[in-house]
Design a protein around this ligand. Structure first.
Ligand SMILES: [Zn+2]
Length: 79
């Protein structure tokens, strides 16, 4: 079975935290997390940010916040 790339995982973080992934997708998500320290750290940061902002908005995080997190993640992966 094809594994998630880090980019794919990042796209699914919001759905994962909201319990919105179906079982095979959630399993692959957690499998990637098990092998990828960068994504584990990203998920931890993401959770902290959501807690800081309060409850997730319906439909996910505000676009601006999401973009900021995504670009921070991508910048780190580039170095
Ligand atoms: Zn990863």
């Amino acid at each position: 079975m094809k594994r998630f790339s880090c980019d794919e995982l990042v796209e699914l973080v919001t759905a994962y935290l909201e319990g919105g992934l179906d079982e095979p997708t959630g399993g692959r998500f957690e499998e990637h997390l098990g092998d990828c320290e960068g994504c584990r750290r990203y998920l931890g940061q993401f959770r902290t940010t959501v807690v800081t902002l309060g409850e997730p908005q319906p439909g996910g995080l505000p676009g601006e916040t999401r973009e900021r997190l995504l670009s921070a993640f991508r910048d780190r992966g580039r170095s």
